[in-house]
Write a protein that binds this ligand. Structure first.
Ligand SMILES: N[C@@H](CCC(=O)N[C@@H](CS)C(=O)NCC(=O)O)C(=O)O
Length: 314
């Protein structure tokens, strides 16, 4: 991680755990919005902003899905890191269909953090929304970036798509909080637990969420209301990684997703939407997760699983 702008040690997946061995995720530190009257000077403009993402990363992929759903892929460019975590975190290699950083010439993501803040302390995470005009980070919190894409590019975006309609906001927020704690982050807490009790607790929450998703999808196509919302994006990014990575590497192996037929049907419905399908790179997901040496010292990437619901992607 970075300490006062200096890269300090080889990359580790866990920097912080609580006393009971629970993995703690770092809080994001760049939290600006893009507004015509922004005091920080971040106005909505085509061609000005760049979104740094990793196809392995569920947080980054939710912003990628929103970018395409909102028709902003011609307005905001993207730059994809190599999915395999290096000793210095994310890097730009041009390998496996990833990008070189042609805008800033960085070799590693952490260089962009120190460019934005020469004294930055913390992890150099993706996604990052970068302002090419000021040469700095606008925001590195995917929950905020979802909102920026949904609301801050009015006129440049397809505003017939509303990912967070006001009338559904309370319900969206309730689902989001549950999904974040028990599912999106729950799988990481299972995978990075350093005690049996912390693992048991996280694994229990993950499968309780899958039970609840299966129940909700009994009478509904979407998680909130009768339309696609950002809650579906948040559920999707963890569901689509579940069998590929979390079932094996993160020991969430009580059941494969096929145990939940309605969840599978929902996943297939989402995968039929081009913005969702385009965010899924199974090769990046597997290479990325299985490159985490603390969990997989040999670095061997499994051949399987073969998943019918991903067959249409190729
Ligand atoms: N709060 C952030 C979390 C992002 C995050 O944890 N990204 C992970 C990848 S899945 C990352 O970049 N990790 C690199 C590291 O921790 O060094 C968000 O949702 O935007």
């Amino acid at each position: 991680m970075l300490v006062d702008g200096q890269w300090t040690e080889d990359w580790q997946p866990v920097q912080q755990s609580d006393d009971d061995g629970r993995f703690i995720r770092q809080r994001s530190s760049f939290r600006e919005r893009i507004r015509a009257d922004s005091t920080a000077g971040f106005a909505p403009e085509a061609g000005r902003y760049l979104l740094y993402v990793a196809y392995i990363c569920p947080w980054a992929c939710r912003t990628l899905i929103a970018l395409r759903l909102k028709g902003l892929d011609g307005v905001i460019a993207t730059c994809v890191v190599d999915p395999r975590l290096s000793d210095q975190g994310w890097r730009f290699s041009g390998e496996m269909g990833s990008d070189l950083d042609r805008t800033n010439g960085a070799s590693h993501m952490h260089q962009l953090y120190t460019r934005a803040d020469p004294h930055f302390t913390g992890r150099a995470t993706v996604p990052v929304l970068w302002d090419t005009r000021q040469g700095t980070i606008v925001n590195n919190e995917s929950a905020d970036i979802l909102r920026i894409l949904d609301r801050d590019f009015a006129g440049l975006a397809d505003d017939t798509v509303q990912l967070r309609p006001e009338a559904l906001e309370d319900e969206i927020e309730a689902w989001n909080q549950r999904l974040y704690a028990d599912f999106n982050n729950g799988v990481y807490q299972a995978g990075f637990a350093s005690s049996q009790a912390a693992y048991d607790e996280a694994e229990g929450k993950v499968f309780a969420t899958l039970d609840d998703l299966e129940a909700r999808l009994g009478g509904a196509d979407w998680l909130v209301g009768d339309q696609l919302t950002e809650t579906d994006i948040r559920a999707f990014v963890t569901l689509v990684r579940f069998d590929l990575a979390y079932h094996g590497l993160f020991k969430c192996n009580r059941h494969p997703l096929s145990h939940y037929p309605r969840v599978i049907a929902y996943l297939e419905r989402l995968l039929a939407i081009p913005a969702f399908a385009a965010s899924v790179r199974p090769d990046h997901i597997k290479a990325g997760y299985y490159s985490i040496a603390a969990l997989n010292p040999s670095g061997i990437v499994p051949t399987g699983p073969e998943l019918d619901y991903l067959a249409a992607l190729a």
